[in-house]
Design a binder for this molecule. Structure first.
Ligand code: SF4
Length: 227
């Protein structure tokens, strides 16, 4: 890891921290169970849509035990508007049954145990560990984090696992949880996928793709960030 890449990452981290001091998870939840359910539902769906569905869902299935006994047809109807509702219902019930059988109804607190649950990949596990349990095990790489990481020159990769590896190498563990929240907020507010608002962006003096992101141009060469 080069010093140039690390100092660039520090500058990005500091600017994001000033701009988004209160960034946090947009999925409404009160417990690790609720966050896990909401995160599974958020695949290919907006957080706002998930937040419309979860009050009814959590009222009907207040805990893992109730969800494990859910009728799949009834659950599908409740979550239909989040898309891919049959697959998500299967993941939710499968996850709840596995949590009951393997963990006595408690949401596990390790990456290995979480990623063995149906419907839970590394991104979802990172969300639960970071936001519900305060453990900086990795960096959540969703579509916003992936896009901004490339635009800001923090990675060259497309694959979330390799992007996360680059971010872990560039930022200290104490930054990992909030870094994701802040990049996601910046992606929603200014660095949108199709129309990044570079002229008004506070990162435009240090962003390697300022002004060219919308045109689809290739970013300037950046130091290799393989770790
Ligand atoms: S300068 Fe443009 S491309 Fe870079 S982070 Fe800001 S909005 Fe995104």
């Amino acid at each position: 890891m080069s010093e140039v890449a690390e100092s660039h990452a520090q500058a990005v981290d500091a600017a994001l921290a000033v701009a988004y001091p209160d960034a946090g998870c947009a999925l409404e939840h009160r417990t690790p169970y609720q966050l896990l359910v909401a995160t599974i539902l958020s695949a290919q769906c907006t957080d706002a849509r998930v937040n419309m569905v979860t009050p009814l869902l959590f009222g009907r299935y207040p805990g893992v035990a109730e969800l494990a006994r859910a009728d799949s047809g009834e659950l599908e109807e409740i979550i239909r508007s989040t898309g891919f509702f049959r697959a998500k219902a299967g993941s939710l019930i499968g996850m709840a049954r596995a949590v009951m059988e393997r963990h006595g109804g408690r949401i596990p607190e390790t990456m290995e145990e979480l990623t063995r649950l149906p419907g839970v990949g590394r991104k979802t596990a990172n969300v639960i560990l970071g936001t519900a349990f305060g453990q900086a095990t990795g960096v959540v790489v969703d579509t916003h984090v992936a896009r901004l990481s490339r635009r800001l020159g923090l990675t060259r990769h497309q694959d979330p696992v390799r992007i996360e590896r680059d971010l872990i190498g560039l930022f200290p563990p104490e930054s990992w949880i909030l870094l994701s929240h802040r990049l996601i907020q910046h992606g929603r507010r200014l660095c949108q996928a199709r129309r990044p608002r570079c002229p008004e962006c506070f990162l435009n003096q240090i962003c390697l793709k300022a002004g060219v992101a919308a045109a689809g141009a290739q970013p300037p060469q950046v130091p290799d960030q393989e770790v």
